[in-house]
Ligand binder design. Structure first.
Ligand code: IPM
Ligand code: MG
Length: 358
C-alpha cells in the first residue's frame, strides 16, 4: 500500500504528522513517500504542483494531503498559486467524487453555533462533483465586452458546464452511498435559472430509475442553504455540483461544531483517492501547535476504508477519535468550559494511545 504524503503549507505539516503517527500505530505495511506541494513546492521548485509530486501521487494508491495556501501568495499569477496544486491533482488524477461527511459527535454538540436539538445525532454525507462545473469549464478569462450592459468595458467570464456522463457517474456514487445509509438523496441544483442545472436535474431523475429503493428529492441551492441551518437532520446524502458543493460543505461543516473535525475523500473511478481535511491551511495559527489534527486523522481513516480496503483499521481510528473526545480532550476550536484543552501533538498522542488500548 503506497501512500503519497503531501503535507503542504500552514498547519498542513503539523496535522499530517499526527495522522502519520496514528497510521504507524496500526500494524499495516504502508509505504510512505513525502513530497512538497502548494506554497512550499513553489518556494523550492517554482511551481505549486511540480512534476515529481504529481508523478508520485499518480503512482500511489492514495494521497494523504494536508492543506495549501497562504496570503503571501495571493498576488502571484493564478497558475502559480498554491490552490492550483489541489485543483491540478483533482484534474490529473480524475478525482471526480468528493465525499464530505458532516457528523456531529455527541460530545461536541455544544461547540456548534446551532441549537443542540437541531444537530444532535446529525449525520449527512455531502457528495460534491469535483472535476467539472464552473471550476474547470472553458472558456474563461478577461476581455473587452462586445455586448451586455456595458459594451466596450473590461469584463471577466467563466463557463458553467456539465456533460451527461459527468452527471451520471456522480449520480451513481450518490445513489450507491445512500443505499448503505438512510436511502435518501437530495440533489441540489439551480434548475429554476441555470440551463446546466436543469440538465443536472433531468439526468439525476433518469439515473434514479435504476435505484427505485432510494428516495430522490430535488432542491434549489438557495433553499438547501437555508434548510441546512433550519432542519439539517432531514438530509441524508446531498449530491451537487462543484461550486454549490464547495459552499454547502463549508456550511455543513459548521453544523458539526468545527470544520477542524471534518475529513474528506476525493475518489476516481479506480478508487484511487486523495484524502484531506475539509479545512484549509489556517496560516493565522500555523506553527503554534494548536491546530486540530482530528480532521486529518479521520481523513486517514477514510483512506484506509476507500482506497486501501482496510475497513477494520478505519473503524479502529474512528473509535479512537470518539474515545479521546469522550475523555474530554479538546483543541482550541472545539474547546468548551469543563473540557481539557490540548495542542495538536497531545491530541495526536491521545488518539495513538486510545488506538493501542483498543
Ligand atoms: C475546497 C477548497 C478548494 C475548492 C480551494 C482551496 C481551491 O475550498 O476543497 O473546498 O474551492 O475546492
Ligand atoms: Mg471549499
Amino acid at each position: 500500500m503506497k501512500i503519497a504524503v503531501l503535507p503542504g503549507d500552514g498547519i498542513g505539516t503539523e496535522i499530517v504528522a499526527e495522522a502519520l503517527k496514528v497510521l504507524q500505530a496500526l500494524d499495516l505495511s504502508l509505504e510512505l513517500e513525502h513530497a512538497l506541494v502548494g506554497g512550499a513546492a513553489y518556494e523550492a521548485h517554482g511551481h505549486p504542483l511540480p512534476d515529481s509530486t504529481l508523478r508520485l501521487a499518480q503512482a500511489a494508491d492514495a494521497v494523504l494531503f494536508g492543506a495549501v495556501g497562504d496570503w503571501k501568495y495571493d498576488r502571484l499569477e493564478r497558475s502559480l498559486r498554491p490552490e492550483q496544486a489541489i485543483l491540478g491533482l483533482r484534474k490529473h488524477l480524475k478525482l471526480f467524487a468528493n465525499l464530505r461527511p458532516a457528523i456531529c459527535y455527541q460530545q461536541l454538540v455544544a461547540a456548534s453555533s446551532l441549537k443542540p436539538e437541531l444537530i444532535a445525532g446529525l449525520d449527512i454525507l455531502i457528495i460534491r462533483e469535483l472535476t467539472g462545473d464552473i471550476y474547470f469549464g472553458q472558456p474563461r478569462g478577461r476581455r473587452v465586452a462586445t455586448d451586455g450592459h456595458f459594451p466596450g468595458a473590461e469584463e471577466a467570464f467563466d463557463t458553467m458546464r456539465y456533460s451527461k456522463p459527468e452527471i451520471e457517474r456522480i449520480a451513481h456514487v450518490a445513489f450507491q452511498a445512500a443505499r448503505k445509509r438512510q436511502k435518501k438523496v437530495t440533489s441540489v441544483d439551480k434548475a429554476n435559472v441555470l440551463e446546466t442545472f436543469q440538465f443536472w436535474r433531468d439526468v439525476l431523475t433518469e439515473v434514479h430509475q435504476q435505484y427505485p429503493d432510494v428516495e430522490l428529492e430535488h432542491m434549489y441551492v438557495d433553499n438547501a442553504a437555508m434548510q441546512l441551518v433550519r432542519a439539517p437532520k432531514k438530509f441524508d446524502v446531498i449530491v451537487t455540483g462543484n461550486l454549490f458543493g464547495d459552499i454547502l460543505s463549508d456550511e455543513a461543516a459548521m453544523l458539526t461544531g468545527s470544520i477542524g473535525m471534518l475529513p474528506s475523500a476525493s475518489l476516481n473511478a479506480r478508487n484511487q483517492g486523495l484524502f484531506e481535511p475539509s479545512h484549509g491551511s489556517a496560516p493565522d495559527i500555523a506553527g503554534q501547535g494548536v491546530a486540530n489534527p482530528l480532521a486529518t486523522i479521520l481523513s486517514a481513516a477514510m483512506m484506509l476504508r476507500f482506497s486501501l480496503n482496510q475497513p477494520a483499521a478505519a473503524q479502529r481510528i474512528e473509535a479512537a477519535v470518539q474515545a479521546v473526545l469522550a475523555q474530554g480532550l479538546r483543541t482550541a476550536d472545539i474547546f468548551s468550559p469543563g473540557s481539557t484543552r490540548v495542542g495538536t501533538r497531545e491530541m495526536g498522542d491521545a488518539v495513538v494511545k486510545a488506538l493501542r488500548a483498543s
